[in-house]
Design a protein around this ligand. Structure first.
Ligand SMILES: Cc1cc2nc3c(=O)[nH]c(=O)nc-3n(C[C@H](O)[C@H](O)[C@H](O)COP(=O)(O)O)c2cc1C
Length: 407
């Protein structure tokens, strides 16, 4: 493996990925929908939260390990499902899954991955999670669920916020397709990334591994957006969750919850966990950031099921802030994709190391020794943490603080 210790931050991995991954795929990752206001808000709202600096606390023994839907993890961070990760780097999903397995955190394979469920199962060495998109062909979906079970996937993540694809201007301009269409313009562009091209030519995995050859009539895929428009089922409702659960029978995680009312329904339909998510700002532009919705959703759920979140996490400090706002665990998308594009498997491992070390050190400086004990008391009042100031009490109960979260 390459020595990747010189990368000190996730942003350094991003800059390296920007140099090494063809623009069509780099911009597929590093973009949001329409004006990208929600995409930006996801990160900006983290920056508005401040920690309380605490001193003279014995932090010589610290613990980051916990569980996620019953699985032991070395820190409460999973790799989020991301489509066509195998275009950021050849065999990308297999490499990221292996990095996550070695690190001891969950990897989630997207329905629209390049490497198939079976490819990843053969290479990861630890059960991974499978993310499902509901498509019109229920026979195909039943078959996908059966394949995920046969591969011993340990959780099914059903994504609810992409039954129609939000418009991403950069993808339209770039003519995104996997593999890229071999036009003269594309060939000239790809020639600037010889290492990427050489690796891609060295693998047979260059199109949608879970779909091509499995969904009847799908032999190759041109444009992601056209394909999504044809296949994704716009009739999906809460009633379909039962259909999925009956076929799956294992841990079920509902992803794409961003509203208190939907969180309540997700609990009532029997999810094991929900992921507060706006798809990384790639769907409904103008929706709130995920971190700003955490306190009120945590309040509604009362700890009845595991509350996870994703969106905008670029540091271990962001992980701690998410936990402080009520998350049991978080998922990262772009952070690991940057590592993958920059350095393959070693880059994903480096991403996880950076997040772990930043989380660990920030916990120490904030006077917390066990990740399982983190609550709103690690954050300062002010901004949207007004309640504690009003109460005049540095250790006001979490519920009271989160009810006053205002952005
Ligand atoms: C390039 C890219 C592809 C994605 N593809 C999927 C997908 O196939 N399925 C899904 O449920 N979410 C997908 N997402 C959303 C992520 O799972 C996650 O919600 C989001 O990336 C979190 O925000 P972050 O990237 O700021 O960490 C994708 C995100 C990105 C950036």
């Amino acid at each position: 493996m390459n020595d990747v210790r010189h990368y000190a931050t996730i942003d350094e991995l991003r800059l390296a990925a920007r140099r090494r991954v063809p623009r069509m795929f780099y911009e597929y990752a590093d973009a949001g929908s329409w004006t990208e206001s929600t995409y930006r808000a996801n990160s900006d709202d983290f920056a508005r939260l401040q920690f309380r600096q605490r001193v003279a606390v014995d932090f010589s023994r610290r613990n980051l390990a916990t569980t996620m839907v019953g699985e032991r993890v070395t820190m409460p961070v999973a790799l989020a499902p991301t489509g066509i990760a195998g275009m950021q780097h050849a065999d990308g999903e297999m490499l990221a899954a292996r990095a996550a397995a070695r690190f001891g955190v969950p990897f989630t394979l997207s329905t629209v991955s390049i490497c198939s469920i079976e490819d990843v199962a053969a290479h990861s060495g630890r059960p991974f999670w499978f993310q499902l998109y509901m498509m019109k062909d229920r026979g195909f979906i039943a078959d996908l669920i059966a394949r995920a079970k046969a591969a011993h996937c340990s959780a099914l993540v059903l994504t609810l916020d992409l039954q129609i694809q939000g418009q991403r201007h950069k993808d339209r301009r770039n003519g995104l397709s996997a593999p890229p269409r071999l036009t003269l313009r594309n060939l000239a562009h790809l020639a600037r990334y010889p290492r990427w091209c050489a690796r891609m030519l060295g693998t047979p995995r260059r199109t949608f591994g879970n779909i091509v050859g499995h969904a009847p009539g799908v032999t190759g895929i041109a444009s992601m957006a056209d394909w999504a428009a044809r296949q994704f089922d716009p009739t999906l409702t809460w009633r379909d969750i039962d259909w999925v659960r009956e076929r799956w029978g294992g841990k079920l995680v509902l992803k794409g919850i961003l509203d208190e009312e939907d969180a309540r329904i997700a609990r009532d339909v029997g999810a094991d966990a929900v992921i507060v998510s706006n798809h990384g700002g790639r769907q409904l532009d103008g929706a709130p950031s995920t971190i700003s919705m955490m306190p009120s959703i945590a309040d509604v759920l009362h700890g009845d099921l595991e509350l996870h979140m994703d969106g905008g996490i670029r540091s271990g400090q962001d992980v701690l802030k998410a936990l402080a706002c009520g998350a049991h665990a978080v998922h990262v998308g772009r952070a690991f994709l940057y590592g993958l594009g920059a350095e393959g498997e070693a880059g994903v491992t480096r991403c996880l190391e950076i997040l772990r070390d930043e989380l660990d050190m920030t916990m120490a400086l904030a006077g917390v020794t066990d990740v399982r004990d983190v609550d709103g008391a690690v954050l300062r009042a002010g901004g949207f943490m007004k309640a504690r100031a009003a109460a005049g009490d540095g250790a006001a109960p979490m519920r009271m603080q989160v009810a006053q979260f205002e952005l």
